[in-house]
Ligand binder design. Structure first.
Ligand code: SF4
Ligand code: SF4
Length: 323
């Protein structure tokens, strides 16, 4: 596994970051023991960077999986709390639940504009105090929009940006060209960058190699966070990143193909996130008539779904994934 410095934070992280949303109650619904085994497999594959959020409900899984970790591990979490009291509660809860005295990164969760960032002034002020007190090493901001990246790039207190970006531009608010420009600005400002959704929530899984290579090559990007819900996925993604880096012990092509088949064999389905707004745009885009909106939530008929991905591209909330 290759490692990079995360901006000016002094943190050295694995280029593949384990996205923990997938193993928890919002997606695969694994128990802490089951999820912990996948986290442990990730650590054993050389992954030292783990991303979660208080919303994801995966602190017990990470704690369980990293119980035996003897080397350096960097944990990143985030909270939607806009004010100081809420953010303090989030940070203290994370530290307690994860059994840590310090977190590598704690972020403002999904802030998509300068106005939203101003609305989080209290939370940011608290994070500055938490950093001074040694509770967090770096202050971050996660965002789905080019404007959010730009706002964070121009905010001195923010050390790390966690933006949504992929080479198809799926789910990127403001569009891919604007996001590329904002990322260039962030890199020039010395921000640490680790991107989310490089495989667009599974929609680019068929071109995983090209999609991960594209994201890893973005200027200033230290790591890509990929949601993984099985040991087969961990081995495949870690092998692919090692192969892209030209590491001598990376799996060869036949082995990588075998791992890809093992991932495919774990099955794929359409997953609709809890934050679906019920707008119906996905149903209008589905060529198979597989989606309907029931009580303000999209529902998929798996018998009809062809996993074509058109609905995910149409969803303004990035609430549909193929997992
Ligand atoms: S397009 Fe997205 S937000 Fe709208 S109903 Fe479909 S899944 Fe929900
Ligand atoms: S993946 Fe394709 S077939 Fe399946 S629900 Fe979405 S648009 Fe319809």
């Amino acid at each position: 596994m290759e490692y990079r410095t995360l901006g000016r934070t002094g943190l050295t992280v694995s280029r593949l970051c384990f996205g923990a949303l997938t193993i928890g109650p919002l997606q695969a619904r694994l128990t802490p023991a089951e999820g912990g085994r996948i986290v442990q497999a990730a650590y054993e594959a050389g992954i030292t960077f783990f991303d979660t959020a208080d919303l994801y409900g995966t602190y017990p899984h990470l704690r369980e999986g990293l119980r035996g970790a003897t080397g350096e591990v960097h944990l990143a979490s985030k909270s939607y709390a806009p004010d100081a009291a809420g953010m303090r509660d989030s940070v203290e809860t994370a530290l307690r639940a994860l059994g840590r005295e310090e977190l590598a990164v704690f972020s403002l969760h999904e802030v998509d504009s300068a106005a939203q960032l101003r609305g989080h002034a209290g939370a940011l002020e608290y994070l500055v105090r938490a950093k001074a007190a040694g509770l967090v090493r770096a202050i971050g901001l996660s965002t789905h929009s080019a404007e959010g990246v730009r706002a964070a790039a121009l905010t001195p207190e923010i050390d790390v940006i966690h933006p949504l970006v992929n080479r198809a531009g799926l789910g990127v608010k403001g569009g891919l060209p604007a996001m590329r420009e904002a990322l260039d600005l962030a890199a020039a400002m010395g921000k640490g960058l680790y991107v989310m959704k490089p495989l667009a929530g599974g929609h680019l899984r068929g071109s995983a190699r090209d999609s991960l290579a594209w994201a890893l090559d973005l200027p200033g990007v230290a790591a890509v966070a990929v949601g993984m819900r099985s040991e087969a996925e961990v081995r495949f993604n870690a092998g692919l990143v090692a192969r892209l880096a030209g590491e001598p012990d990376a799996p060869d092509e036949p082995e990588l193909e075998r791992l890809a088949q093992a991932v495919a064999a774990t099955g794929r389905w359409l997953h609709i996130e809890a934050w679906c707004a019920g707008c119906g745009a996905c149903a209008a885009a589905c060529p198979s008539g597989a989606l309907t909106v029931v009580e303000d939530r999209a529902v998929v008929d798996r018998e009809r779904c062809l996993l074509c991905g058109y609905c995910g591209a149409a969803c303004p909330e990035m609430a549909i994934k193929i997992v």
